[in-house]
Design a protein around this ligand. Structure first.
Ligand code: PLP
Length: 268
């Protein structure tokens, strides 16, 4: 069951008109989070970010925050999976001239069963010179990483590391952290303010030294451990980038500790 513009409908009955500005011009935002055993994880942070993305994009949200929360809970109730991925999507609506946004955004809330990758795997990244256009907004635009899927496949990479002007920013759908001499460091500029990133920063400082600042490409490749974070991944080690190995190809000790702490934080 999917919420679309005021109605909750069976998936096969949900349709958008071809004049939707998300489709025609890629003008839209979204947010994604998980519900575990019917309980949404970090829902208020995701509502905050959805509102922030909407404001920065100039898109009016057709429902109040309370009503949106109610819709989310209803979608979770109607999709009773143990692990559900919930997506809120909002576009510039049906545009008369195919360019100007409608005063009425199109709003969708949908839920799909979801699975995590095991926490003990290590990912291989491929670096790419790129920085998202408006990194603080969770836009619908993932053209660059989707276009690079073939290239990633040809070099056996699981994902991409973005860098620009000698500084790293994030991966295609997740944030990046490095560990050096037991200090945890994550880029401040050019990255989405990930909800997982926010929680890690807040609890990690009770155990380690933590810094939010520019991270050079050189510093990245000199790191003791590297890991990536996001609602779809939690914390996953990066054990290789451009064929350089990190932490001996295994999940690092500090990465492992943070994985345990994040699980505790989710159930608080
Ligand atoms: C570009 C980008 N950076 C970072 C993240 C991680 O954010 P979060 O932890 O809120 O899932 C995501 C995923 O939503 C993303 O798309």
């Amino acid at each position: 069951m999917i919420y679309l513009n005021g109605e909750i409908l069976p998936t096969e009955k949900t349709q958008l008109h071809v004049s939707d500005l998300g489709l025609l011009r890629g003008y839209g935002i979204f947010d994604f989070f998980r519900a575990i055993d019917g309980q949404p994880v970090f829902i208020e942070d995701h509502l905050d970010r959805f509102h922030n993305s909407a404001n920065l994009m100039g898109l009016p949200i057709p429902e109040s925050r309370d009503k949106l929360r109610e819709i989310i809970h209803e979608i979770i109730r109607l999709n009773p999976y143990k692990l559900l991925g919930v997506k809120m999507i909002m576009t510039g609506g049906y545009s008369e001239d195919g360019y100007t946004p409608s005063p009425k955004s199109n709003l969708i809330v949908m839920g799909k069963p979801f699975e995590f990758k095991p926490a003990d795997i290590g990912l291989k990244l491929m670096s790419m010179e790129y920085r998202r256009e408006i990194p603080e907004i969770k836009t619908l635009n993932y053209i660059v990483p989707i276009r690079a899927l073939q290239q990633m496949k040809s070099v056996g990479a699981d994902d991409i590391l973005y860098h620009k002007d000698g500084k790293i920013s994030e991966s295609s759908r997740s944030n990046i952290f490095i560990v050096k001499n037991e200090k945890i460091i994550t880029p401040l500029d050019g990255a989405l303010f990930g909800v997982t990133r926010k929680h890690i920063l807040s609890f990690a400082k009770n155990h380690f030294e933590v810094e939010e600042r520019d991270v050079s490409v050189q510093e990245y490749f000199g790191a003791d451990e590297v890991f990536t974070t996001g609602s779809t991944k939690r914390i996953i080690a990066i054990t290789n980038t451009d064929n350089q190995m990190f932490s001996g190809g295994a999940v690092g000790i500090i990465t492992k500790k943070l994985q345990e702490l994040l699980l505790e934080e989710e159930t608080k």
